[in-house]
Design a protein around this ligand. Structure first.
Ligand SMILES: CC[C@H](C(=O)O)C(=O)SCCNC(=O)CCNC(=O)[C@H](O)C(C)(C)COP(=O)(O)OP(=O)(O)OC[C@H]1O[C@@H](n2cnc3c(N)ncnc32)[C@H](O)[C@@H]1OP(=O)(O)O
Length: 251
């Protein structure tokens, strides 16, 4: 089974699905390669918006694949992986057209970082999400902390990062992390969320997105992400992190 699926719909919607439901859609290097391919397609004129989602109904994404990445021990080994994914998420963040994270299930850790790289987050009504990196004695390492600080108020962004816990969909909607909650078919719900935008000319949407891209360029988002990746890599090397990961893998 391919670890990701990319579909391009006639209405200009590109949908990238992390396809590892048996691992709660954990992200490994193959999924990273797929995201890179999706981003190349997403810049084509025929694409009006990019949707990121997960396979199945249990998880949107459970973050980095601990069974692959727990072998990374040193700061430099960690930095290489973290930097590779953060560069993909920076490309997603700066994509000059609307992007949507369609949360079909739980999002934890890097899964929340992936969701934060998108302009909008729409979630099934019962979905929980949380930046649980802190419970693994690390911080966000794919740029998600920086992206989050551009999505929420500073207080709510800091709260989500520092509490490192799961929140309910109602809490997440109230904090402004989720823009819309759905109960029916995920893609239909996503389509109806986007419909009001997609009837406009693509150039209008691009022009509005470029307004935000200008702000994020002026506030040096890319540089802040690099620093975030380095900070995470430093903590990654610590004994406390490796102990927590081993605990999960031995459960
Ligand atoms: C910079 C990003 C950063 C990094 O890259 O390290 C992170 O993303 S840190 C956060 C890493 N992610 C986690 O710590 C989440 C770990 N997973 C869970 O807490 C749970 O699986 C949960 C809440 C996502 C879902 O719980 P549920 O009870 O529904 O499922 P199971 O726990 O029974 O898991 C089913 C199956 O999937 C495997 N699995 C789940 N998450 C991961 C993961 N992140 N990496 C690797 N494998 C994962 C789990 O081991 C089970 O496999 P099985 O072979 O069936 O035992």
């Amino acid at each position: 089974m391919k670890p990701y699926v990319l579909e391009v719909h006639e209405n200009g919607l590109a949908v990238f699905t992390v396809n590892r439901p048996e691992k709660r859609n954990a992200i490994n290097y193959e999924v990273m390669d797929g995201l890179g391919e999706a981003l190349k397609v997403a810049v084509e004129d025929r694409i009006k918006a990019l949707v990121i989602t997960g396979a199945g109904d249990r998880a949107f994404c459970s973050g980095g694949d601990l069974s692959s990445f727990h072998q990374l021990k040193t700061e430099d080994e960690a930095f290489e992986m973290l930097d590779r994914m953060s560069e993909l998420l920076v490309r997603l963040f700066f994509l000059p057209k609307p992007t949507v994270a369609l949360l079909n299930g739980i999002a934890v850790g890097g899964g929340c970082e992936l969701a934060s790289a998108c302009d909008f987050r729409i979630a099934r009504k019962d979905v929980k999400a949380g930046f649980i990196q802190g419970t693994l004695a690390i911080t966000t390492g794919w740029g998600g902390g920086t992206f989050l600080s551009e999505r929420l108020s500073p207080a709510n962004a800091m709260k989500m990062l520092m509490e490192a816990r799961l929140y309910s969909s109602d809490e997440l909607k109230e904090m402004g992390f989720f823009q819309s909650l759905y109960t029916g078919d995920p893609l239909e719900s996503c389509q109806s969320f986007l419909n009001k935008m997609l009837v406009l000319e693509g150039d209008v949407l691009k022009s509005y997105k470029r307004m935000f891209i200008r702000k994020w360029t002026e506030t040096r988002v890319e540089e802040r992400v690099k620093q975030e990746v380095r900070n995470c890599a430093i903590l990654w090397e610590g004994e406390a992190h490796h102990k927590q990961v081993d605990k999960f893998l031995k459960k």
